[in-house]
Design a protein around this ligand. Structure first.
Ligand SMILES: [Zn+2]
Length: 198
């Protein structure tokens, strides 16, 4: 699998791809402008999804990182079981453990939306977040979805040159995002000890 955004892991997607079956392995790559900047491989046990990252923020050596994410299987009312991640984060010394379908990349590892917000609220805004937020705000003002990959359509009735100015803004913010991306990957992952999985 390939993903151009470094945004989240979806437990349903992984499950459908068979990557949660104990003993199964899988993986995908993250690319920026066609270049592979990171790859992840997954290995499932009966209770965990083990993520192994390989990050290559620039042309230097690959860095290996491992994270173990607990998986909870919850019985459905009409039979079968549905998987959830248990958010593995510790924020200010407290374990989260929330049952979630998606984990988002932030603060060096994957964590639930709530923890990501809590983590960001407790620190000063980074340039990356600011760039992303500004681009998203403008995208949404134009009626598009937020997100780096979201296609922006010209709203009906808007003058072409006005639309172009909005696009310039979004491109500039996206460019800033790209520049910051490499540095952020390095910063976010630098403190993880690959020999000491979370
Ligand atoms: Zn959490």
């Amino acid at each position: 699998m390939q993903s151009s955004g470094m945004e989240h892991l979806d437990v349903n997607t992984l499950n459908k791809a068979g990557q949660l079956r104990p003993g199964n392995s899988g993986g995908w790559q993250w690319t920026r402008e066609g270049k592979q900047v990171a790859s992840i491989s997954t290995r499932a046990t009966s209770q965990h999804l083990i993520l192994s990252y390989r990050l290559r923020p620039d042309e230097t050596d690959w860095q290996d990182i491992t994270q173990q994410i607990p998986i909870a299987w919850v019985s459905c009312p009409y039979g079968g079981q549905r998987p959830y991640f248990l958010c593995p984060s510790f924020i200010n010394g407290r374990y989260c453990g929330r049952r979630v379908r998606k984990l988002y990349l932030g603060r060096g590892y994957f964590l639930c939306r709530h923890c990501q917000n809590a983590a960001y609220a407790s620190q000063s805004e980074t340039r990356l977040d600011r760039a992303r937020r500004r681009a998203d705000k403008r995208r949404m003002a134009l009626g598009s979805d937020p997100g780096h990959e979201s296609f922006v359509r010209k709203p009906k009735g808007m003058h072409h040159s006005t639309f172009e100015r909005h696009l310039d803004f979004i491109r500039a913010a996206d460019y800033c995002f790209d520049l910051e991306f490499i540095e952020t990957v390095r910063r976010r992952f630098a403190w993880i000890d690959p020999h000491n999985p979370l």
